[in-house]
Design a protein around this ligand. Structure first.
Ligand code: ATP
Length: 229
């Protein structure tokens, strides 16, 4: 049965271009807001894979007792068995923080030319794009999916107006080719943040139902985020 399932997956992968999403973040810790959002995008766009990609941070910025390995371990537990959500740990394996362009170049080099790569960005992150390293090259490697709230009414910065006019399509399912276009995905995010979770834990409160049980078990087993550590 397992063998059959595996060969079916391989065959399906060989029938056409793959559709791969990338969601970066510090995931300190990963929570249901990240996971629901990722799952909804993966289902709406029929992604073959959505890679949660924890980012490295300068050591002095890490919450003292939470290492990159702990953040990675929590994401691994959160997505275990949750196909098409998977973890991509390449940014943590490098000895310095990666720029998104580096990660996309590496991923693109591993894919077939017609595979589609989708970079997921919240609206705020998207608006900050012009400050990113080599940002104008990003669309050579991927499409950008901007996760937007239904109640949002903010205007993009001037630097992005021409890009949006030239590259955006109204329907994310209409994104054509392997890269180069921008589409908006409208979502109502769950009102959860990692900051809130760290604060609850530091004050001795429960974060049950805000993170998957497997993540909670890891936090408890390792005493993460508790003020006494
Ligand atoms: P912090 O509170 O530490 O800033 P965070 O909860 O915002 O963390 P990040 O790891 O910074 O989490 O987020 C990674 C990605 O997930 C970002 O693109 C962010 O916009 C998105 N994200 C964060 N929280 C939510 C949420 N509740 N719903 C949907 N997406 C979210």
């Amino acid at each position: 049965m397992g063998d059959l399932g595996q060969s079916a997956a391989v065959t399906a992968g060989e029938t056409g271009p793959r559709r791969i999403g990338v969601l970066g973040g510090t995931f300190d810790p990963v929570h249901i807001g990240h996971l629901r959002s990722a799952l909804e995008v993966a289902e709406a766009l029929a992604l073959d894979e959505l890679r949660l990609t924890p980012s490295a941070r300068p050591p002095h910025r890490d919450t003292p007792q939470v290492s990159a390995q702990d953040r990675l371990a929590m994401v691994e537990r959160a997505v275990a068995g949750m196909t098409p959500l998977v973890v991509d740990d390449r940014e943590l394996k490098r000895d310095k923080p990666s720029y998104t362009i580096d990660t996309l170049e590496l991923m693109r080099a591993e894919l077939a030319a017609d595979d589609q790569l989708f970079l997921l960005l919240g609206w705020d992150a998207f608006c900050g794009l012009p400050t990113w390293h080599r940002w104008e090259e990003l669309l050579q490697h991927c499409h950008i999916l901007v996760l937007q709230r239904p109640d949002a009414d903010s205007e993009p910065p001037d630097a992005l107006r021409n890009l949006l006019a030239a590259r955006s399509v109204s329907d994310p399912l209409a994104l054509k080719g392997s890269s180069g276009q921008i589409a908006f995905v409208w979502q109502t995010p769950l009102a959860v943040s990692a900051t809130q979770i760290r604060q609850l834990l530091a004050s001795g409160k429960s974060v049950r139902f805000l993170v998957p049980d497997a993540v909670l078990a890891y936090i408890d087993a390792h005493g993460l985020y508790r003020a006494s550590n």
